[in-house]
Design a protein around this ligand. Structure first.
Ligand code: HEC
Length: 293
């Protein structure tokens, strides 16, 4: 009996140890040593960064900022020791196959893209000279007015320079959007000129609200820290047609579809109510007349 019990305990311990081992993320040796077919250079790292921004940042956060999403286990920062302890082959294997909350990107991203992501992670390797340097966003200021006659958005941008003063922001893309119920809809981009000015002509076919009013939002890209400029309620759009659910004078929005019993009971109820009112009024008149006699 005791022998059986010890055996059971041994088995349980063994199984839980197995569990412990499987928590570690093991990569087969032949996969670890696979080399990255794409070169480590600025172009590839930038492409990898763009892929990272759309596919990974939501969980892993910004490189080196330790601001990943609070999942269990925590998605490691790509600049962290945990992440950088991986060989390029291991990184590729792990991001392709996934584990737990870490999605498997094998089916969603082409192989070449997955290697570009590895290039971006390797930008933060202690063994590499970074080819991409994350600069803090530059402080900038934007001004925008809308000329509704010429349908032009007139923009002026300036940014803080090394001496701490603001000077014209030249040759920089400015984004123009229109406000929609579910966020801003981009309608175009313009480059500022040598004086920091830019002009954007608003397309004719912009759809506004019911009265044709449009709200224009002007902003700078991620490299800048600048307040967006919102120009509200401009009469430059095509009025949006919203079908009214209930037409004027129609009690049911679907007059044709109303079931007969509902129509009859509705008319019955309304008719009954009117009859009751008329009856009460009639009684009051009658009482008055009687009291006068
Ligand atoms: C839904 C959230 C989520 C997304 C999106 C995500 N990851 Fe992860 N990732 C995780 C979690 C959680 C872990 C930790 C898994 C573990 O250790 O069990 C992880 C782990 C990893 C690891 C292994 C790190 C180690 O411990 O060795 C790599 C590499 C990785 N992720 C790369 C990526 C890349 C590249 C992308 C984008 C293509 C990405 N992840 C997108 C959640 C995510």
């Amino acid at each position: 009996m005791i022998k059986k019990l010890t055996l059971l305990i041994v088995v349980i311990l063994f199984l839980s140890a197995q569990q412990g081992i499987s928590q570690e993320w093991l990569v087969p040796a032949d996969k670890q040593s696979i080399e990255n077919p794409s070169d480590y250079n600025l172009e590839n790292v930038k492409k990898g960064k763009d892929l990272y921004m759309t596919n990974c940042k939501s969980c892993h956060g910004d490189a080196g900022k330790n601001n990943s999403l609070a999942l269990v286990p925590l998605p490691p920062d790509i600049a962290s020791e945990t992440m950088q302890a991986n060989s390029e082959g291991s990184l590729f294997y792990k991001l392709s196959n996934g584990k737990g909350l870490m999605p498997a990107f094998e089916t969603t991203l082409p192989e070449a893209d997955r290697w570009l992501l590895v290039n971006y992670i390797m930008n933060y390797s202690p063994d590499n000279t970074p080819v991409w340097v994350d600069l803090p966003p530059v402080k900038a200021r934007l001004k925008a007015t809308v000329n509704t006659v010429n349908r032009l958005v007139e923009i002026f941008a300036e940014a803080e320079n090394k001496t701490g003063n603001y000077s014209n922001l030249t040759e920089t893309p400015v984004n123009v959007c229109v406000e929609r119920a579910f966020g801003n809809l981009p309608i175009g981009q313009v480059l500022t000129d040598n004086e920091g000015n830019a002009e954007f002509s608003i397309p004719e076919n912009i759809i506004g609200d019911e009265e044709g009013f449009v709200t224009v939002v002007v902003s700078l890209g991620e490299d800048f820290e600048a307040k967006k400029v919102t120009v509200e309620k401009l009469k430059i759009g095509i009025p949006k047609e919203t079908p009214k659910l209930i037409k004027k004078g129609v009690i049911w929005s679907t007059n044709e579809n109303i079931p007969m019993w509902m129509l009859l009971s509705y008319l019955g109820a309304v008719g009954g109510a009117w009859l009751a009112i008329i009856y009460v009024v009639f009684q009051i008149v009658k009482i008055r007349r009687l009291s006068k006699e």
